[in-house]
Design a protein around this ligand. Structure first.
Ligand SMILES: [Zn+2]
Length: 353
């Protein structure tokens, strides 16, 4: 099989779609525990992971991002399974490679190795930084050995950690995507504005910079505009599909104002009771349109994503996906369709139904 066009060639030609959000979707499907959020599914139920990759691929994702989010040494130590670290990473990478290479919808997709926030980085503690660096380096090495086409570093809320991750990624000659996650105070936790942090990453050689996770479209877009005004080159945007507001800018602190009668036992909607705050497909579609108009070239949805939402983004980006065959078709619905064959006395029940 011919090697696929690389990420940068594709970005020059058209917008690129990258499905993220494996943690939430596999939690919903019963393969990951909420809160713990460890991606051991690649070892325990490889077929489930393969299927989700495949579903995102059918929905138009151009990138098969190996599900190694949180699959780093610190997290595996935390749950007492450090011995699974390398097998788990390699299994996830191999599954992603296999899915990317066997895209029945057309040319092979790109496979991305993935590193992310370590949750131990401390700007005042060089030892923690060294620890993070070695975690990034080992994961990047495994990704390259398993045939990654690009490397993605994501969900960093310290600029310093993102820069460190980028350095580890740059030890290999692959395109590097770095996306930052902005907490409710609108800053990186070591002080930069998100736009300034993206600019520093760009100057340090990142190929694509931008934002992912934590924020829904409404509260991510203002930062994306600033980033677009500050940074040259391709920008990435992968919000969570939740109705965040200026008052509650992230999904960590989003209250349920939809009349919930049974709140979560831990007192917040994140991460297990966000369902009523979910955006519908039209809202995601509208966001994708706005993002494209702003000049965002690398688009996706993070935690909360599903194949249906990815299809919406891909279609707005101009793709006809395999799953587009099943895009909305209301004309033959028994109550609300327009087809001439539909019985009028049945359709008459529509408004009271
Ligand atoms: Zn996320």
């Amino acid at each position: 099989m011919a090697r696929p066009n690389g990420l940068m060639e594709r970005l020059n030609e058209r917008p690129v779609v990258c499905a993220e959000g494996f943690l939430f979707e596999l939690e919903r499907r019963g393969y990951v525990a909420a809160g713990e959020f460890v991606p051991v599914v690649s070892l325990e139920a490889p077929e489930a992971l393969r299927m989700l990759h495949r579903d995102f691929q059918r929905a138009g994702s151009d990138i098969v991002q190996a599900f190694t989010y949180n699959g780093h040494r610190e997290k595996m130590r935390l749950i007492g399974q450090e011995d699974l670290l390398e097998p788990m990473n390699r299994a996830a990478l191999r599954i992603a490679r296999e899915v990317a290479d066997s895209n029945p919808g057309g040319e092979a997709d790109l496979m991305a190795g993935n590193i992310s926030n370590t949750n131990l980085w401390n700007p005042d503690d060089p030892a923690s930084q060294q620890e993070a660096r070695s975690m990034f380096e080992e994961m990047c090495r495994w990704a390259v050995e398993e045939g990654a086409d690009l490397l993605i570093g994501e969900t960093f809320y310290y600029t310093g950690e993102a820069l460190c991750a980028l350095e580890a990624m740059q030890q290999h000659r692959l395109p590097c995507v770095v996306t930052l996650a902005v907490m409710g105070d609108n800053r990186m936790q070591d002080g930069d504005t998100p736009a300034a942090a993206c600019q520093r990453l760009k100057q340090a050689g990142a190929d694509v910079v931008g934002l992912n996770c934590f924020r829904g479209p409404a509260t991510m877009m203002p930062h994306l505009r600033e980033i677009r005004d500050t940074v040259a080159g391709p920008i990435a945007a992968l919000p969570v599909p939740y109705r965040t507001t200026p008052e509650h800018p992230t999904f960590f602190n989003l209250p349920d104002d939809q009349g919930c009668t049974c709140p979560s036992p831990h007192g917040r909607t994140f991460p297990t009771a966000l369902d009523p705050l979910y955006m519908n497909r039209y809202e995601i579609r509208q966001w994708a349109r706005e993002a494209l108009e702003l000049g965002i070239r690398y688009l996706g949805v993070c935690c909360g994503n599903n194949p249906m939402l990815t299809r919406e983004v891909a279609e707005v980006a101009g793709k006809i996906t395999e799953a587009s065959r099943f895009s909305e078709r209301m004309a033959t619905h028994f109550l609300y369709g327009t087809n001439q064959r539909l019985a009028k006395h049945i359709k008459a029940h529509g408004d009271k139904a």
